[in-house]
Design a protein around this ligand. Sequence first.
Ligand code: NAD
Ligand code: ZN
Length: 248
Amino acid sequence: MDDLIKKAAKDLTGAKMVAALTGAGASIESGIPPFRGKGGLWEKFDPMEVAHIDSFLQDPVKVWNLLIKGMKDVLDQAQPNDCHKGLARLEELGRLQTVITQNIDGLHQLAGNTDVIEFHGTFASQRCMECNAHMETRRVDMSEIPPRCHCGGILRPNAVFFGEMIPQEALWRSRQVATDCDVMLVIGTSAVVQPAALMPVVAKESGAKIIEINPESTLLTGDISDYLIKGPAGEVMKDILAQMEKML
Ligand code: NAD
Ligand code: ZN
């Protein structure tokens, strides 16, 4: 473990361009449950089903009540953890250019990263299904479900539901970043949601080193990733940063 921390610190220090790909695991230590595995909210129902666009279109009231309202409560309270802070510090040190995130919680930006590609959109705003007007989530009146726009249209999160397309710009830029980087940190993602899981493959094929941080092995482990640092994202990032600061 210590050896791998040292190795990662060395790889990050020696790289010309570093990118990070983060998934739900990066925000677990901020109290936000992931979709797969143990924990809270999602054990009561199948998020894959509830978070599918077809479910929302069929029954927006149900999806608002089961998923979106609870999500808002959790995200309202969430603060960046040592993983987000470590990635922000890496950028400050000039050792990280871009974060590609599958998360919609906005915590990377809150921690201070300036180039964050939100692969699955954001929960920070809602948009009207009728007139496409955007509204900050914190300003949305939740006293009636589903909340509505001034025009009467139903509001939906500005995030990607399962079954929907990735925003073109995010996909295009992520591919570019994956192609250009020479180290990619893959943090807290089970790498089963496509096409996000393809980015480490693109990076690897373009010659990048892939460093995984995750308490579990994933579909990438041993095949696409060069090595896996097994552990919670916050703790591992903190150790890597401490090691890097020693090397400065
Ligand atoms: P996932 O739920 O499929 O997988 C989570 C991964 O995190 C697993 O591999 C698990 O081993 C790992 N993990 C658990 N604890 C960890 C820790 N302390 N540190 C690091 N890793 C840890 O998540 P996913 O691959 O991101 O895919 C699910 C989809 O759901 C994503 O597309 C994402 O958009 C969405 N989602 C987002 C949020 C959020 O915005 N915070 C939360 C839940 C789900
Ligand atoms: Zn409207």
